[in-house]
Design a protein around this ligand. Sequence first.
Ligand code: FAD
Ligand code: AMP
Length: 475
Amino acid sequence: MSDDFDVVVIGGGPAGYPAAIRAAQNGLSVACIDEWRNYDGSHAFGGTCLNAGCIPSKALLESTELVHRAQHEFKAHGIGVGTVSVDLAAMQKRKATIVRQSTQGILALFKGAGVTPLQGHGRLLPGLRVEFTARDGAVRALQAKNVILASGSQPMALRSAPFDGKRIVDSWGALEFDAVPGRLGVIGAGVIGLELGSVWRRLGAEVVILEALPDFLPMADGQVAKEALRHFKKLGLDIRLGARVTGASVTGDEVRVSYADAKGEQSITVDKLVVAIGRRPYTGGLLADGTGVTLDERGFIEVDDHCRTPAAHVWAVGDCVRGPMLAHKGKEEGVAVADAIAGLYAEVNYKVIPSVIYTAPEIAWVGLTEEQARSSGRACKVGSFPFSASGRARAMEAAAGFCKIVAAVDDDEILGVHVIGPMAGELIAEAVLAMEYSASSEDLQRTIHAHPTLSEALHEAALAADKRAIDCLNK
Ligand code: FAD
Ligand code: AMP
């Protein structure tokens, strides 16, 4: 096998593997190196997202949402199921199967596209050389014309509550519990903390989420955050805001977690503690001296708007560079870089990256929040439509939440769209497309939406922005 490649990608997560596939589609010779190891020691492409993040979390969220619906919503449909039983081992097995199918799918995609998969560690050396250390320890020196770094991120640790892998775990550990903890503590009410808290709460755990910030979901639209907090409390999540964790100690089977809030020093005792305080870029062993690639003060690989590092022909994409740590952001960067290397048009529109929180109700948004739009100084108008006025949502027994659009008064440009409610993550795609094409709220108003569908809520919200909604009162 030749050790010369047009492109060597280091990292086979959702940023790296699409970069490799697109580069191969562009007629380039490509190798993708990945060192991910699962708990059982097996290697798998797909990175955090497929192995320990997006996919396994969504598998468990789906299963546990069904449990919750069977317990609490079926009755309204006139369906009685008696006592709902949960076989956690079967649920976890299903999740593992989905993960395996997804990660093995990457190998099939590589084969189809002609990408050379290399399982092991990659290290960038000066002169566009890459040292590859295979699983068996054998070392090969690859020569590349371009290198794409996609080494991802890892969970942030909290010095005062160090992981022990058993009682104090990270998000991956929290996806692998083999029994429902009676009492679960979660540090951090961010996306990951809320999703994991929801999973175990729905299975019966008492869940306390400790969040240092005084505001709930500060990155989301204020109205959405308020509505979400109400629903999460109803689910039974005990969310304590302004609660900064100061220590955690394991005694026997319990963890005592101390935190400081406005009232002073407090503590809770739990069976398991999940530390979900965010993620940081991972570049361990990635860069030899003299490569010319630089890291910023937070450890991100420094890149320009086109994901170019200061080293010629070395690019970096995904969680290891600035921007939101999201799989789809990394994917777009990876694909754009692969196109740029091939001399094709390539651009990532960072203004329209959707965010989704897969809780119930689901939350999704794109663009500016109402608060951000108003503080930008540009006059804006807002239209909202509650799912309680949607026939489809009511038929689904999922009428909580609303759809909200923020548009500019001067030229009617859509500035942001916010959805809390059923299938929010799917509904937001229409808003993303609209914003990608610089649509106005009138464009959405004039677009026919099938009836009865959830998407009508966005249509009506756009109409409401001009006080022309049909199916709800215009305020
Ligand atoms: P990673 O997925 O971290 O992949 C990097 C890969 O590179 C890894 O396999 C790593 O082993 C490998 N690697 C690193 N260094 C080297 C080296 N030197 N040599 C060889 N290999 C190396 N995002 C979403 O968009 N939607 C979600 O629903 C979502 N849910 C999440 C849920 C959880 C619980 C978590 C933890 C994350 C979630 N994320 C979600 C975030 C998402 O997983 C990340 O944004 C995404 O995985 C980043 O992709 P990446 O390719 O940059 O990095
Ligand atoms: P995210 O970055 O979205 O994953 O969210 C992580 C959350 O953890 C943020 O909202 C942080 O404010 C919160 N956090 C960080 N450190 C602590 C701490 N010591 N105690 C409680 N919450 C914390």
